[in-house]
Design a protein around this ligand. Structure first.
Ligand code: GLU
Length: 426
């Protein structure tokens, strides 16, 4: 055992990049990472800010800001989604890109990490305007993207159609159809069976593994889900399938609580007929976001945005297990509080890795030009996530640390070993 006292936690840890670095520093100490490798691995390889001028439907011109950060391509082409959000910024994208590097390493797929974003509010944009933003963003980043270089995917507020436009724009420029340049596409355009559900499915797979490890029967488990989008809603359905009771869900319109269990199909139907929102959903009592997070339950799955569980509310969390469907929902300063209270955290870089795992399958299928049935995708996904869960749990036990630090240790060691074998060119 070579565990040492962790480095002091960074005071700026509410900044997502600093929050990521706080955990990186603890893992680096455990691994006794040499200073040069430490410096190499913490520094993003490339950071791009690009302006995206488009003509809105009313004829006026608006200039949006877009980002792409490649954190690492040590283990393979860089991989990571693109988010459209009014608050996205370069520091957040930098953190998310690094998390992609560690996530791909945790599940041992041959990718590095990247992330992109466009500062915009998709709710105030028409489909035509979104298409223009997507195509101009792709055009600006044409020399960065590529099936062997950097491969985008969906993230917050981006969907299959947007991935289709990226594929088409890239293909038009290079003069042939190149489906493997982006993942999360519609199946008509080379998408993989099971990709849309993969992240939520993965949340359930590792959540189920955590329940088993804690000796809790899923039939006796109540689950709270923050965020009812592509990740949270699918995770909810999956947890119901294994016998859990979903006692609360939420979206931007607030939380909904029902101790008897929320009817998830009814919530999905409500969402479909109410502009994608849960507003006015009558299948549960209205609760606030704070009440939802602090609810007594077996599993709390934050599946929305960063910085939801912080040093301010961590002490009031009553969940036995947190499964992080979102990226970075817990700040570094909340970690020791949760640990002291015995809350088991299945960290984001493991818990939401189902998405990028099936993205990897999609990329492989596109490059082979041969597509697998959904059962094959799901079976391979379950195998990778279950093995990764066990590897992370073993690493955590070996070093006497929580699962988050166990996951960072495993990931950083894999990237560092690859880097040492490749050597430094220059
Ligand atoms: N945006 C997703 C994530 O954060 C998926 C990334 C991908 O499939 O490349 O993991």
């Amino acid at each position: 055992m070579n565990y040492k006292e962790p480095a002091p936690i960074n005071p700026h840890e509410d900044d997502p990049f600093e929050s990521m670095m706080s955990r990186f520093d603890i893992a680096a100490e455990i691994l006794e990472l040499e200073p040069g490798i430490y410096e190499y691995l913490k520094t993003p390889q490339l950071q791009v800010t690009t302006s995206i001028p488009i003509q809105l439907d009313d004829g006026t011109i608006e200039v949006f800001e877009g980002y792409r950060v490649i954190h690492s391509s040590v283990r393979g082409p860089s991989k990571g989604g693109i988010r459209f959000h009014p608050k996205v910024n370069i520091s957040e994208v930098k953190a998310l890109a690094a998390w992609m590097t560690w996530k791909c390493a945790v599940v041992n797929i041959p990718f590095g990490g990247a992330k992109g974003g466009v500062k915009c509010d998709p709710r105030n944009l028409t489909r035509i305007e979104l298409e223009k933003i997507t195509r101009r963003y792709t055009g600006n980043l044409l020399d960065i993207f590529g099936p062997e270089r950097d491969i985008p995917a969906p993230d917050v507020n981006t969907d299959e159609q947007i991935m289709g436009w990226i594929m088409d724009t890239y293909s038009m420029h290079i003069r042939h159809t190149e489906t493997a340049v982006v993942t999360g596409k519609p199946t008509y355009l080379g998408g993989s069976a099971g990709r849309r559900e993969a992240t939520g499915r993965g949340v359930r797979i590792v959540g189920e593994a955590a329940l088993e490890k804690a000796g809790i029967d899923p039939k006796n488990a109540s689950v709270v889900i923050q965020g009812f989008g592509n990740v949270g809603a699918v995770a909810a359905e999956e947890f119901v399938d294994i016998g859990c009771k979903i006692i609360a869900i939420s979206d931007v319109t607030g939380g909904y609580y029902n101790p008897k269990g929320i009817d998830i199909q009814k919530a999905l139907e409500h969402q479909r007929t109410h502009g994608g929102l849960l507003k006015d959903f009558d299948g549960g009592e209205r609760i606030s976001n704070d009440e939802l997070l602090e609810m007594e339950c077996e599993i709390l799955a934050p599946c929305a945005l960063e910085d939801q569980i912080t040093r301010h509310n961590a002490g009031r969390i009553k969940a036995k297990i947190i499964v992080e469907g979102a990226n970075g929902p817990t700040t570094a300063k909340a970690d020791p509080i949760l640990e002291a209270n015995g809350v088991i955290v299945v960290p984001d870089i493991l818990a939401n890795a189902g998405g990028v795992t099936v993205s990897y399958f999609e990329w492989v299928q596109d490059r082979m030009g041969y597509f697998w049935p959904k059962e094959v995708v799901n079976e391979r996904l379950a195998r990778i996530l279950t093995e990764s869960f066990n590897s992370v749990a073993r690493r955590a036990e070996r070093h006497g640390v929580n699962m988050r630090i166990g996951a960072y240790v495993l990931a950083i060691e894999r990237v560092a070993n690859t880097l040492k074998l490749r050597g430094i060119y220059g």
